[in-house]
Design a protein. Structure first.
Length: 77
């Protein structure tokens, strides 16, 4: 699916839409991972969350820019 800036109709990206089979597969994988994940410690889960936070923070400016464009910032603003 093409993504456009609604303020100027500029093409800003493309995403692949998931199908029902993708959702079913994701649920199956999550269910299969649950037994091992449920045995992790609180500290390990905190480490996973910290790594996710760090990865997002590394790209924060990019994420802010693309979100602004996706919702319709006019060029030059």
């Amino acid at each position: 699916m093409d993504i456009f800036n609604p303020a100027n109709n500029q093409h800003i990206g493309k995403v692949v839409m998931g199908k029902e089979s993708d959702i079913v597969a994701a649920i199956e994988h999550a269910a299969n991972a649950l037994p091992a994940f449920s045995r992790t410690s609180k500290e390990q889960r905190m480490e996973y969350l910290q790594k996710l936070h760090d990865a997002i923070m590394e790209r924060l400016e990019d994420l802010q820019e693309i979100t602004i464009d996706e919702y319709g910032r006019a060029a030059g603003n």
